[in-house]
Design a protein around this ligand. Structure first.
Ligand code: ZN
Length: 300
């Protein structure tokens, strides 16, 4: 953990990478930032954990191999629990009470690929909600994906931040078991733009946000598109593509019976493809795509 206490006053921001070990874009972006900033460059305080669940990261695993616990389902944690539960407890009870903002950099890891987007919960606290939307826009990803408070799951980092009154955003960039330059750039520059918007840094390399983020939400039972057969799948749409109800999104092939027509998988809503499965093999029930539906957060 690196703490950069700025010479000038300002907010305290917790920057997290590697909450899921196999999501490396944020880990690299934050390692760069740890080396780039000194106290004189910062107004306020940056607390940086580039590889928050380090045992998972060095094992190239989403979960920690030490206890097989998902850190993003371990809050509020336990000071006397397993190592991952102890990390969760330290973040929620020691770090978060000192923080104003959390930027929690995730990606598709080895199993998914994301169109760069920022996810956030619409807090019931309108002041927090307003600041959250400011951060979503400052990050300047193509999409902001917003969730209503009612959908809350209490064991996530997002829920921990809500409990402690901390503004939280969760960028998702890249994945596919690799580090793509574009995804790494989105994570790195988006984080710099947030710090710039908070007037914590004056970094000439962080261009100001274009404010061009489109906002969307997910619809239960419709946004996730699953395969209903086993085989190798062919995507019929790309990340970022607009889709309509009934449109064929994927074809699943049975390699042992090449004379059979592939099974077509169709979506049931209109929206934009935000995320896709990375692996070519698919089994019944596996998620192939996530479709975001345009949504105005001011209407929520
Ligand atoms: Zn993740």
């Amino acid at each position: 953990m690196t703490v950069i206490r700025g010479a000038a006053p300002g907010p305290t921001v917790l920057l997290l990478g590697g909450v899921h070990g196999d999501e490396y874009e944020g880990q690299i972006a934050l390692a760069k930032m740890v080396r780039a900033f000194e106290s004189k460059d910062v107004a306020g305080t940056l607390i940086v954990l580039p590889s928050t669940n380090l045992p998972a990261a060095v094992a190239n695993n989403r979960l920690s191999p030490v206890d097989n616990v998902n850190l993003n389902r371990a809050f509020p944690g336990d000071a006397n629990g397993t190592p991952t539960q102890m990390i969760a407890h330290y973040i929620e009870e020691v770090l978060l009470p000192t923080c104003d903002y959390v930027i929690d950099l995730h990606s598709g890891g080895s199993s998914l690929e994301y169109l760069p987007c920022v996810r956030a919960r619409l807090s019931a606290n309108l002041q927090i909600r307003h600041k959250t939307l400011e951060m979503v826009r400052a990050f300047d990803a193509e999409f902001g994906v917003l969730f209503r408070p009612a959908k809350a799951e209490p064991r996530t980092m997002s829920a921990a931040c809500e409990r402690k009154g901390v503004v939280y955003i969760n960028p998702e960039t890249g994945g596919g078991a690799r580090v793509a330059r574009k995804a790494l750039q989105a994570a790195h520059e988006g984080t710099l733009r947030c710090l710039l918007a908070l007037e914590m840094i004056e970094d000439a390399s962080a261009r100001r946000s274009s404010g061009g983020t489109r906002t969307a939400t997910l619809v239960a039972g419709a946004s996730l598109v699953h395969s209903d057969s086993d085989g190798v799948w062919e995507p019929l749409v790309e990340l970022g593509e607009a889709v309509v109800p009934g449109q064929p999104l994927a074809a699943v092939y049975n390699l042992k019976k090449p004379w059979l027509a592939p099974q077509t998988v169709s979506g049931s809503i209109a929206g934009t493809v935000l995320c896709r499965r990375a692996a070519a093999w698919v089994e019944v029930g596996d998620c192939l795509f996530e479709i975001g539906v345009d949504f105005d957060p001011e209407s929520a």
